[in-house]
Design a protein around this ligand. Sequence first.
Ligand code: SAH
Ligand code: SF4
Ligand code: F3S
Length: 466
Amino acid sequence: MNNNTQESKIQLEYINKCTELVKEKYKKAPAFFIQNAGCQMNSLQTDTVAGIVKRMGYTEVSREEDADVVIYNTCTVRENANLKIYGHLGHLKSIKKKNPELKIVLFGCMMQEPEVIEKIHKEYSFVDLVFGTHNFHKFPELFYRSLNTEGQIIDVWKESDEIVEGMPSDRKYSFKTGVNIMFGCNNFCSYCIVPYVRGREKSREPEAIIEEIKGLVADGVTEVMLLGQNVNSYGKTLEHPVTFAQLLKQVEAIEGLKRIRFMTSHPKDLSDELIRTMAESKKVCHHLHLPMQSGSSRILKIMNRRYDKEKYLELVAKIRNAVPDISLTTDIIVGFPGETEEDFQDTLDVVEKCDFDSAFTFIYSKRSGTPAAKMENQVPEDVVKDRFDRLLALVQEKGRKASSRFEGTVQEILVEEESREKGIFTGRTEYNLLVHFPGCQDLIGKYVKVKLDTCKGFYYFGSLAE
Ligand code: SAH
Ligand code: SF4
Ligand code: F3S
């Protein structure tokens, strides 16, 4: 593995070259529009690209119509995500007719699909620059080429074993941020396209992660979210293997850091060591996102999840025993090929037993190239829809009940922003529960105690307790 800082130097030079070019090209500061799709790892890369174009002299705008550059970071985990991008492109075509100088940039997971690239090349020739997940770090260089070219540039790599450190980024909040600890996925759940578009699992060196977080803390960050498709297998492929729990302890030792979160945990790799670390730590938040996907052992086997219903329930019991106040959330897929009513009842049963604080529910989406896409027994749409509605009703009812356990208590929250309603601010408890309360601007980025007065289902209305 090559943790290449030389490459980031080259790219920083390209940023400077672009800055000069932009100064020559535009009389006043040009504008960019950027949109993110997909998971938090994508969102972090969106922040990096936004940070880079800002350095080049662009200012951010909130409408495509006002932009000189429109950038979409794409996701392809479900078909819907792709359809949305094609919809946006239709809209952009008409904007570009009026403003032929407009640059359109697409990158991210969807661009790793050969059919997508073919379609963009043939039907969307007005898109200027396309790159993928493996050459993401080349963005400044590619953008420089695009600024100097009229035609379409498509540069998508099949694989890369490089992790490029030290790229500039622009975070949304000054006091909290995500930090990638690994890239890619080796699990090949049979429904999932991520391993195909993100490539093999690669962990960053712990030293690089710690150094980055120390830098962030020095710059005002007090909460980090460590990100990976399966953080529980962090470090296994490093030259000197490190477990995720060991990494957490190193992060915990960073002075000035107050809260540590992580995402996502695969149940098959969740170790006792990690549970113990969560229980003992003063900084790791008591919130665990533990995607179950299905409650049926039969379906879980075909999904290639490598745990069954009993193992999942045992794991939840073990976690609750060690960390009694834990907040648990999950992901569930409905309508996986061959799912019967009996299988679905198992899913409902697990939801009934686990008391999740919330659950993301998804209708199974067929992704080409995955083993599940070739399965013949796809479930009819009306059956899936009916199951989905029943699941959602149960998830919401249980979620409301679970969240209401905090009613009347005083909790510490990190204040994030003013809500749409003036004078009402929002923040999150360590359990990741959103709280709205009357406050003031000075509180943003601070930890304050609030009394959770009224549970509104998935959030609270509270009042300052100090
Ligand atoms: N690595 C994470 C999940 C990343 S994708 C994990 O394994 O937990 C986020 C969620 O999208 C998954 O948990 C799954 O519930 C959902 N998902 C993935 N592929 C899907 C598909 N083909 N159809 C519907 N939902 C899917
Ligand atoms: Fe997809 Fe499974 Fe990897 Fe998660 S663990 S990204 S669901 S293959
Ligand atoms: Fe989507 Fe890629 Fe994340 S497919 S969910 S953006 S890893």
